[in-house]
Ligand binder design. Structure first.
Ligand SMILES: C[S@@+](CC[C@H](N)C(=O)[O-])C[C@H]1O[C@@H](n2cnc3c(N)ncnc32)[C@H](O)[C@@H]1O
Length: 202
């Protein structure tokens, strides 16, 4: 039976709004909205049977292992075996414009901000609200390599672009083996993420 509309994922932080669909920042002017609602060629479509709300394939889990770099935080774990190239869930948060030039960027300090469209300057920030995907950690210091990736998707129900979390496909560097039940879902945030944080260190 699908979960009820008001059900929250287990271990969802009570103070954080849980989103079943993206929210829009006021910074999204009609030009940004038009880019968001234009389907790029050849991007995968979110499977139509994907539920709106808690994802049954994953569980938010507090990390309690001292050797894990996010000990004391949480991570996202698979609740069943997932085959290579499986769509897991969408990365949901506030869709916003990324200011160009020297304008102040209110999302610059966020650890939950993903770029959706670099050309037009659109991002998705799940810092203040979002879904389970905001708990996905980077593989560095946890495993030898990532087992999942962020890849753009088209949401046919909302007719807009979004970001999906996918199990790495088999062919990708010959390393996609799927994700086993109980395994942590790990992506690569990219060197840019960690580079920016090192620069910010004092
Ligand atoms: C999108 S959040 C991931 C979820 C986070 N663990 C939580 O419980 O909210 C990104 C933040 O998690 C932490 N993080 C994720 N992966 C990490 C890793 N491999 N090593 C160290 N910190 C990591 C960093 O603090 C990073 O800024």
């Amino acid at each position: 039976m699908p979960p009820k509309q008001d059900t929250l994922p287990k271990n969802w932080p009570p103070i954080l709004p849980y989103l079943r669909a993206p929210s829009y920042s006021k910074s999204l002017t009609p030009t940004y909205l038009s880019a968001l609602r234009t389907k790029p060629q050849d991007i995968p479509v979110i499977p139509t049977n994907t539920p709106r709300g808690p994802c049954q394939l994953v569980r938010i889990t507090p990390i309690t292992s001292p050797s894990h770099p996010t000990n004391g935080q949480s991570g996202l774990f698979a609740t069943r075996d997932l085959k290579p190239a499986t769509f897991i869930l969408q990365y949901i948060g506030e869709i916003h414009a990324t200011p160009s030039n020297s304008d102040p960027d209110p999302h610059a300090e966020s650890n939950y901000d993903l770029s959706l469209d670099r050309e037009h300057g659109i991002g998705i920030d799940a810092d203040k609200r979002g879904n389970e995907a905001r708990f996905i950690n980077d593989y560095r210091g946890v495993a030898e390599r990532p087992n999942a990736e962020f890849r753009e998707v088209w949401d046919e129900r909302r007719k807009e672009r979004g970001m999906g979390v996918w199990v790495l496909p088999e062919g990708k560097s010959g390393k996609g083996r799927g994700i086993r039940r109980g395994e942590e879902i790990l992506v690569s945030y990219g060197r840019g993420f960690w580079g920016a944080r090192r620069e910010g260190e004092v």
